[in-house]
Design a protein around this ligand. Sequence first.
Ligand code: AN7
Length: 345
Amino acid sequence: MTPWRGLLHEYADWLDLRGVTDVVTLLEGNTPLIHAPRLSELVKADVWLKLEGLNPTGSFKDRGMTMAITKAKSAGATTVVCGSTGNTSAAAAAFAARAGMSCVVLVPQGKVALGKLAQAIVYGAEVIQIRGNFDRALTMARELTQHLPITIVNSINPDRIEGQKTGAFEVVDALGDAPDILSIPVGNAGNISAYWRGFTQYHFAGVSSILPKMWGFQAAGAAPIVLGHRVDEPETIATAIRIGNPASWVPALEAVDESHGAIRAVTDDELLAAYSFLARNESVFCEPASAASVAGLIKFGVPAGSRVVCVLTGNGLKDPDTAVSQSVTPVVIEATMDDLLRHLQ
Ligand code: AN7
């Protein structure tokens, strides 16, 4: 077996690699698709989990970033920028460092999970916290490209979506066909659009016999697509998807319409219940936003016996504050066997 060479090499025949001279990769992709026996039993379906938290920077963003940074570098760019709720900035910082490029990230002050902020800083990006939310950060990142010679690597950059569609390829490659339902958290709505592109591309090339229904889930406090209007002050514990005006709103709706899917909302309580369920029952520690895909299945149910893939977009270690604050604080005892036995009895 030849070792995994990263997405741009492995899926070269399926990607638009025009103009690419030098591939920037951290050997992203090839993430596990694991069966979820307890969740399957709970929802009476055959549920699988795509562990995107096992990418090099701990989220699915690496798929789009290998492509975006590769293309930017090939085009001669030396600096990239993104607005981010955290994961995009971690991935941009890492791939930019690998490419020898500078990276500027704009993040909402106080609303980025600690691990993600740490990543962007340690990878050497210029991290700027703004007194505003993600939507404002994205607007500023876009505007910055008018003032400085800098390439934007948010998902409004088409190279991002092109790279992220490989998630769908891997699902089909692992299962031997597309699932009946693909369940996925929705924030800026790039990933649901990217998966749909991947599934349709494979299907029309004859690789899969079916197309999945695309089920997207937003956090109830940040659910513009569900509500049908922009949310000016989005709020949710799942800071990754604390987004009120998704850039890929239109393609996401197309994916849902064409696939006969839906975008619905789950509350923070529902999402946190799914987050704990996954950790305790499937030994999968994802970040809160990722659990929206599972919370949605539990809340709305699925047709009996269907095959479902939930995309768990990011690693639970990214957000230690939520993990700890949502759990019982570990007890402290004297360092004696008496105390230990007393506590355990
Ligand atoms: C873990 O990092 O928007 O619907 O700036 O980090 O494609 O936006 C992150 C989004 C889901 C939503 N799960 O995906 C960012 C950012 C996790 C995420 C989403 C994000 P999109």
